[in-house]
Write a new protein. Structure first.
Length: 339
């Protein structure tokens, strides 16, 4: 159990180190207004905090830096919530004040804004298309042999799938097909479309379309292609601005992981609802163990829709980042709810 004096010293050291990236000595701590004890007393308390594993001593300085245990204690017990600055508020609001745009544009704007505001790497996992429901479908005849299927989901996502038209399907059949699909499939989860097409619609389509088997096979291929990429990354080079990442080999390894979309998507998919913080070796990916990852989720009707994340050094501005992610996740939730 830490004493009040030790709690204060630990908080001052971590707050100062977050801002300066320099080891903190007793003299610097004693100059803080909230600290009323002598440098000698501070040195003794710092030694005890080091013995308990909350601080570490660097080889090049007599000052101390936080350990991962120290950061975790700071995040769990000492972190104070802060209000966002007017600039931060206005910048985030600007993402959502552009009228009706596709959700991809909202996410791309959000990832850019986060990286610019923080100088960290921002990552957003967009809604899984297969986890959304169908809002509308259109099929447009491009030529005698080609058409494009346009799916609009309940999140506003628009998916275009081109496909070859069988000779057996004419324009009138295509129009009938679209009307039946919109009547029967609106509100159906995208992932359930194959089953609904096969089980419920084949017999109905048979009454209206001459060669329903051919139409069904082409339609199934057009609508149920592979899941599109939905990972958005901003500020990937921002890590170069951090003194912790002056090692070229280290930053190269980190970049190689960030660029593997499926790895990053799986990390973000595994996050539970709310805000979560992983510090150093709490990250399972070795290349990320010099970093902290802070995530927040956004939802639709109570169901997790996607994840927002900031990746930075362990000395992240935790209070501000949490406030930024909390605000952005709420705005994204409201936007998708009101789509």
């Amino acid at each position: 159990m830490l004493s009040n004096r030790q709690l204060l010293i630990l908080q001052v050291i971590i707050d100062e180190f977050i801002q300066t990236a320099q080891p903190i000595g007793s003299r610097a701590i004693s100059k803080k207004n909230q600290v009323t004890f002598s440098p000698a007393t501070i040195r003794n308390e710092m030694a005890d905090l080091e013995d308990m594993g909350f601080l570490e001593k660097t080889h090049s300085s007599s000052g101390r830096v936080p350990s991962e245990k120290g950061y975790r204690f700071y995040v769990d017990h000492l972190l104070m919530p802060i209000d966002l600055s007017q600039r931060d508020e206005e910048t985030i609001s600007g993402v959502f004040n552009q009228g009706m745009v596709e959700f991809e544009q909202i996410i791309q704007n959000s990832v850019n804004v986060l990286s610019e505001l923080t100088n960290y790497t921002s990552i957003i996992l967009g809604p899984e298309v297969y986890a959304t429901t169908l809002k509308q479908i259109q099929i447009i005849h491009l030529s005698k042999t080609t058409a494009v299927a346009i799916l609009v989901t309940n999140t506003g996502h628009v998916e275009h799938r081109s496909f070859t038209l069988p000779k057996e399907i004419n324009s009138l059949d295509l129009e009938k097909l679209v009307n039946i699909l919109n009547d029967r499939l609106v509100g159906v989860p995208i992932i359930q479309l194959p089953q609904r097409l096969q089980v419920e619609l084949t017999s109905i389509l048979d009454h209206y379309i001459k060669d329903v088997a051919t139409a069904f096979n082409y339609l199934k291929g057009a609508l149920l292609d592979q899941q599109p990429s939905n990972l958005y990354v901003g500020g990937i080079t921002n890590m170069l601005l951090q003194p912790e990442f002056s090692d070229v080999a280290k930053i190269h390894s980190l970049y190689s992981v960030i660029e593997q979309e499926e790895i990053m998507a799986n990390i973000l998919r595994s996050q539970n609802q709310g805000i979560h913080i992983s510090i150093g070796q709490e990250n399972k990916i070795t290349e990320m163990q010099d970093c902290s990852l802070i995530t927040a989720t956004y939802t639709l009707k109570g169901q997790q829709l996607g994840t927002i994340a900031l990746l930075g050094p362990k000395r992240m501005e935790y209070s501000r980042v949490i406030s930024l992610l909390d605000r952005l996740s709420k705005d994204m939730t409201d936007t998708f709810h009101n789509w």
